[in-house]
Design a protein around this ligand. Sequence first.
Ligand code: MV4
Length: 448
Amino acid sequence: MFSKILIANRGEIALRIIRACREMGIKAVCVYSEADKFGPWLDIADEKYCIGPAPSVKSYLDISRIMAAAEVADVDAIHPGYGFLSENAHFAEVCQSSGISFIGPSPEAIRLLGNKAKARELAVKVGVPLLPGTKELVADDKEAIEIANDIGYPVIVKAAAGGGGRGMRVAHNEIALVNGFLQAKSEAATAFKDDGVYIEKYLERPRHVEIQIIADSGGNYVYCGERDCSLQRRHQKLVEEAPSPIMTPELREKMGAAAVTLCKAANYVTAGTVEFLVDKKGNFFFMEVNTRIQVEHPVSELVTRTDLIQAQIMAAAGEKLPFTQADVEVRGHAIEVRINAEDPDNGFRPSPGKITDLFIPGGPGVRWDSHIKVGYTIPPNYDSMVGKLLVFAKDRPAAIARMRRALGEFVIEGIKTTIPLHQRIMQDANFIKGDVDTGYIENVLLAR
Ligand code: MV4
């Protein structure tokens, strides 16, 4: 096992990884930017190294500065968290060639599954269900029209190098398709330096259901149930829950098996998420693979009684996972709400600043994954998420009641947060029925 790990991240996920390390008897080293000098997670780390100024490109995204700190601290491994360098194949490669374990997938697996068109091709090959669409990249608008006529409108043009909703265009007719094709292509060229695009049938108002995977190098592949992440705004998830309100044991087994098949075919070791869209009839279609630990992983931890960060560390160290598929049973219900320093009454404008008062909910079935404290100033330089409030209860109604209770206890003064929006969601009749889709927040809740 590793004796020292460097955490190439900040905020709540840095703290989450420190906690996993401490329970495993591993020393945790943090790197931080000048903007994060007073980050509360640094007080808990075993060592800390300032690696540069506030802008991410000069600190959390600067591979040479991170590797210099790793060298000085003499670590065995690097955990990238989510965002920043977590899905950067080159970074994984640099770690490897420096003799430091990257706690994540191999560079090859990141390159294969991180490219949505290649992942799609692999899914076709191994028989994972997909929406009708292209087998390869689309060369020009003429070909795009032929494909769309073939599969029928509406269609969606997606950037192969995109993900999480970036570089997508929906088209309901030929004119919109030609425009969308050219727009998606040039946007992808600028944003990802890769202008490859592909086309799929567009599914209206789907549910977003993702399967959590964890695998070790001994070929033990386990799916830890699903998460329903349908409640989101502009591709930013707001609420995540497990199990999905639409799930059945049969559907879970089918989706889990499909996700495992795909990850096995890519030789994927570590934690990962296979994202699907599900239609009103319960048909599921593969979308993309997130080759990192995700923000919402604790939802799966609560319903499967696992520690996914510890499992990632074990897998990276070449150890066996402490469980197999037969041990993993989904029990109870978990809900996570993302508390962002944003003002829901002002277009979700970021609201960084000093926390002047704080009361954190607790009691039965409540988990708070966050790095904030009174007197801490949230810097304006990074993501606005300041914490994740989770509840766990015996079933969905009890979990909703518990979340209402916990949100009611919460006091965060000095900044605006998404807490009032979450209170609205937890009282919403459609949410309570479990009857929401990916358009619900924008088209219904915020349109009222
Ligand atoms: C789609 C789709 C409908 N049809 N693909 C957005 C994120 C990316 N992972 C895939 N996305 C979508 N792909 C087809 N063929 C609708 C979305 C989509 C969406 C998906 C999940 C969660 C929220 C979403 C919001 C808008 C669109």
